[in-house]
Ligand binder design. Structure first.
Ligand code: NAD
Ligand code: MG
Length: 335
């Protein structure tokens, strides 16, 4: 952190203007249970550009689907930092890909906001998933682990049934799991690879949403993780990028279809985020070493930096937001 970008609470409150402002807001804050403006003010304001690791990174590679615990540096999913305030009290959420990356950040945040959470992941990711379930249970919430392969339609139906049974209902669905394997040339992209990307990223959300909808009452929300790749596709992500355009499109279509039923549908469009997907075939070693360095913020995002977006889109306070895609790209790309 740079000293010139920080100022202390004392600095802020020593100004005459601040004193007047404090006098003006104190009654309101007192009415809400806060003692003074000073107590609710942040201790320091820090520069987000310096908040997390920057390139150059070490080259690293893991067999797909990869584990967050084996990454260097380890991603931050909010394990120590995310603080809830009851925004999702009593809600029941199913998150695919909830073991790592954005799904894990959403799972931790949802539990800390008061929701019970079921996560899906691949059996090879059991070690990451166990950590997430322990973090959910540490909040006194139900944490339900449902491993299995989303490329299988029968499993997708079973996943929803098990989640509904375990949670006692369902009112938040985060369709987040995806397959990304970079390939320099379409000539080397096999039909099997193309099919695996389509099955995971397009068919599975279709199967899961279809199975989930009959259980979701008005007030429920569906959130899809899309990408800046939907609108600014990379040359080596020919198959993946088109699935993200499809995700953005299903969010906008379903929002129109489900609006009359009182179910909101929104998307999150990340830019370069430090997750296992990138180190298990999603990016070249060359791209990994300078990962996120070409964004205006000069670094990749960490999953925790998107946690509050998944919370916001599920929060009933955002009741008029549907059909939207919320970007978090470090300043590059568009949702
Ligand atoms: P991640 O590797 O942590 O999460 C992806 C998850 O998908 C895995 O944990 C795995 O559990 C799941 N998955 C993949 N194939 C599966 C299958 N066949 N069956 C069951 N589960 C399967 O990586 P992440 O980056 O957090 O990815 C989450 C979402 O974010 C994805 O939709 C991805 O496209 C999107 N995204 C990521 C980035 C980025 O830079 N990391 C950028 C834009 C969008
Ligand atoms: Mg994972």
């Amino acid at each position: 952190m740079h000293a010139e970008n920080q100022f202390s609470r004392r600095d802020v409150l020593s100004g005459l203007g601040a004193s007047l402002a404090l006098a003006a807001v104190a009654p309101v804050l007192a009415a809400e249970g806060a003692d003074t403006a000073a107590e609710s003010a942040p201790d320091v304001l820090s520069n987000p550009n310096n908040a997390y690791p920057k390139p150059p990174f070490k080259g690293q590679s893991q067999p797909w689907p990869g584990l967050a615990s084996q990454m260097d540096p380890k991603p931050d999913h909010g394990e120590k930092s995310y603080k809830g305030s009851g925004r999702l009290k009593g809600r029941k959420a199913l998150i695919t890909g909830g073991d790592s990356g954005m799904g894990r950040a959403a799972a931790i945040a949802y539990a800390r906001e008061g929701a019970d959470v079921a996560i899906n992941y691949l059996p090879a990711e059991e070690a990451d998933a166990k950590e997430v379930i322990a973090l959910i249970k540490a909040e006194g919430r139900k944490g339900i682990a449902i491993p299995g392969d989303l490329r299988d339609e029968a499993f997708c139906k079973r996943l929803v049934d098990e989640a509904v049974r375990g949670l006692g209902g369902l009112d938040i669905l985060v369709s987040n799991a995806a397959r990304q394997q970079q390939q320099q040339s379409i000539l080397n992209l096999s039909s099997a690879d193309f099919d695996a990307t389509m099955k995971t990223n397009i068919y599975a959300p279709f199967w899961i949403i279809k199975a989930a909808l009959p259980h979701m009452p008005p007030g429920s929300t569906i959130i899809g993780t899309t990408s800046e790749q939907a609108t600014d596709p990379s040359a080596d992500l020919y198959d993946y990028a088109q699935t993200k355009a499809a995700t953005t499109s299903f969010v906008r279509s379903l929002a129109k279809q489900l609006g009359p039923k009182g179910i909101r549908v929104n998307g999150v469009a990340p830019g370069p985020i430090w997750t296992p997907l990138q180190v298990s075939g999603g990016a070249t070693q060359e791209k990994l070493k300078k990962f996120g360095g070409d964004t205006p913020m000069g670094r990749p995002g960490q999953p925790v930096e998107l946690a509050s977006i998944y919370v916001q889109l599920a929060d009933p306070m955002a009741s008029y937001a549907t059909g939207q895609v919320y970007g978090a790209t470090g300043g590059g790309g568009q949702p």
